[in-house]
Design a protein around this ligand. Structure first.
Ligand code: HEC
Length: 139
């Protein structure tokens, strides 16, 4: 291999890495798989009673303003090591993917600004907050 083709190979590898990084960063499905599936499972079913399902009920709860921010303030979401934009995409994605039957007709997707300020306001006691503004897990 001469220097010229070596240089071309390096450029090609660099281009492929950039491409795959962009694909990974851009995909909420992959971020969900990386940062949420360990507990909530690939299909969002969770492991009740310890880890709640992310299917169907979220679509109902987001009509309550306190619960709309709750989805982002929950530690598993707010503490995920991903950017505000990526977390916003994951939340919008899981609402469409796992809650399409229950989403209100006037559902407005989360904005990055909304997620950015909500996630900084981490819930110290998610179970208590949920019980106060929505209901307990076993109701
Ligand atoms: C280490 C395990 C774990 C990980 C990882 C995790 N969660 Fe959770 N999640 C939980 C548990 C446990 C609860 C129940 C509330 C609590 O104790 O925080 C929960 C609750 C939730 C709820 C509220 C559901 C309800 O019905 O009240 C949402 C929404 C949520 N998680 C989203 C996510 C998202 C999005 C991610 C990935 C970015 C994620 N979680 C990652 C364990 C996890």
């Amino acid at each position: 291999m001469n220097l010229f083709s070596l240089g071309r190979t390096v450029l090609l590898v660099a281009a492929l890495l950039t491409l795959s990084n962009n694909i990974l960063a851009a995909s909420p499905r992959i971020n969900y798989l990386l940062y949420c599936t360990g507990c909530h499972a690939a299909d969002g079913a969770g492991k009740p009673p310890n880890v709640p399902t992310l299917r169907d009920e979220l679509g109902r709860m987001i009509s309550v303003p306190e619960m709309r921010s709750y989805l982002v303030r929950i530690p598993g979401a707010s503490q995920a090591p991903i950017s505000d934009a990526d977390l916003t995409a994951v939340i919008n994605w899981l609402l469409h993917e796992f809650n399409s039957d229950t989403l209100p007709a006037n559902f407005e997707e989360y904005t990055v600004e909304e997620v950015s300020s909500a996630r900084r306001n981490i819930l110290a006691d998610p179970l208590k907050y949920r019980a106060e503004h929505w209901k307990t897990y076993d109701e």
